[in-house]
Design a protein around this ligand. Structure first.
Ligand SMILES: Cc1ncc(COP(=O)(O)O)c(C=O)c1O
Length: 400
């Protein structure tokens, strides 16, 4: 196949397409539209009028919902505002300003966070904004490579934590094995200073095909007597509404006690009206059945991406069973070129490098494909463009 003539043909079509962000499409949001008409006739819950301030840790029934989603005991869960990313930023700010036991991170010359790559761009931007030094570590299909982590942690005292997206990881799609979870806990339990594993379980129940289960890190950490190591996060952003859902965090009892004064200075109480709406919604709609309706809408899009990629000769790619991304790996030095060619044809792709700390993919070879937000027809056109640009970039490379 000669891709240059197809490229010229596609250019004439002047398309405007976007495969950048992992967002639910409108038909997915429609699955939760009855949230808007849920009538609240009682306002007194947990001895608080939910229209008022209060219940900083969230409504008890909503914490049950968080526990069902995140797969850990309710005693760990707080239900917050509409975004888990905000909770992550608040917890990291607390570590920088106040710290846990060893004083504020900001008073140290260097604090480093391990960042499994390819990873989630917003974890990296958040860490960079807070002045944390990011160290990339490779993923091995079952989570981050424990040998690399062990050797870094043993030789560098500035390492104080690691970002993890343990289920259907963004964007590599992998789910951490029990051995990886145990290994992470063991390695970080032996550091000289207090560390934290940031367990961002954003895709905890987001399977669209049979998927490997994820073990509950809190019960494993409890057996190893180090629950304080883990700080979990999740939300209903890709379950109900991405802009008006509920964010959750999961903390040990002692972490809750030390974080509460900092957190209570930031928030007098979350939106408990939205919390009770979510509780009632999931009394009427079974959570896992609701997720299988999402899966039915998402699955054909992932199948279409696979069909286009299998129909050509270049690169390698993931075949996830859940989550929101397919990760395309090209020969070194081609990702930027492909993304720039795609932009000439009107297709926006996540900028090359965004899967890595400081936006630097050293081999320039990863492209994140986010197929959910557009319609199936748009996705078909977008994949035609992507495949064309992939082929053209490889052919240019072969000629040079
Ligand atoms: C790994 C991961 N964490 C967090 C988020 C954002 O979560 P929230 O909407 O709860 O802030 C996303 C969104 O794409 C994500 O992929």
């Amino acid at each position: 196949m000669e891709y240059l003539s197809l490229f010229e043909e596609l250019k004439v079509r002047k398309m405007s397409l976007d495969l950048t962000r992992g967002k639910p499409a409108a038909d997915q949001l429609d699955l939760s539209s009855s949230l808007d008409s849920i009538k609240i006739d009682i306002y007194d819950f947990d001895e608080v009028d939910i229209r008022n301030y209060g219940l900083v840790k969230g409504l008890s029934e909503c914490r049950d919902l968080g526990s069902n989603i995140l797969g850990c005991d309710k005693e760990y869960i707080w239900a917050g505002g509409n975004s888990s990313l905000t909770l992550m930023s608040q917890y990291l700010s607390y570590l920088c300003i106040q710290g846990v036991g060893d004083g504020p991170w900001s008073s140290e010359e260097r604090v480093s966070i391990l960042c499994p790559v390819p990873g989630y761009d917003r974890h990296f931007v958040l860490s960079e904004n807070l002045g944390l030094n990011m160290i990339p570590v490779p993923l091995d299909g079952y989570g981050p490579d424990l040998n690399v982590i062990r050797s870094y942690v043993e030789s560098d005292d500035s390492i104080r934590g690691i970002w993890c997206v343990p289920k259907h990881s963004n964007p590599s799609g992998e789910t951490y094995s029990r051995a990886t979870i145990e290994g992470l806990i063991d390695i970080f339990s032996n550091t000289r200073k207090n560390s934290r594993i940031f367990w961002d379980n954003a895709y905890a129940i987001h399977d669209f095909e049979d998927s490997e289960p994820l073990e509950d890190i809190f019960s494993i950490a409890k057996d190893k007597e180090n629950e304080d190591l883990i700080v979990g996060f999740g939300s209903t952003s890709k379950i109900t509404y991405a802009g008006a859902g509920i964010g959750f965090m999961a903390l040990s009892k002692s972490n809750q006690e030390s974080f509460l004064p900092f957190y209570s200075a930031l928030i007098i109480g979350p939106d408990k009206i939205n919390q009770i709406r979510h509780v009632k919604f999931f009394q009427e709609n079974d959570l896992m059945n609701h997720m299988s309706m999402h899966a039915d809408l998402i699955r054909p899009k992932f199948e279409l991406v696979q069909k286009w990629l299998h129909g050509q000769d270049y690169g390698s790619w993931t075949k996830p069973t859940g989550g929101y991304f397919v990760l395309l790996k090209t020969d070194p030095g081609l990702a930027k070129r492909i993304i720039s060619l795609a932009s000439e044809l009107g297709l926006k792709l996540t900028p090359a490098g965004s899967t890595h700390p400081y936006s630097v993919d050293p081999e320039d070879q990863y492209i994140r494909i986010a197929p959910t937000a557009c319609s199936i027809e748009e996705l078909d056109s977008a994949m035609e463009i992507l495949v064309c640009c992939l082929g053209l970039a490889y052919q240019e490379n072969e000629r040079n």
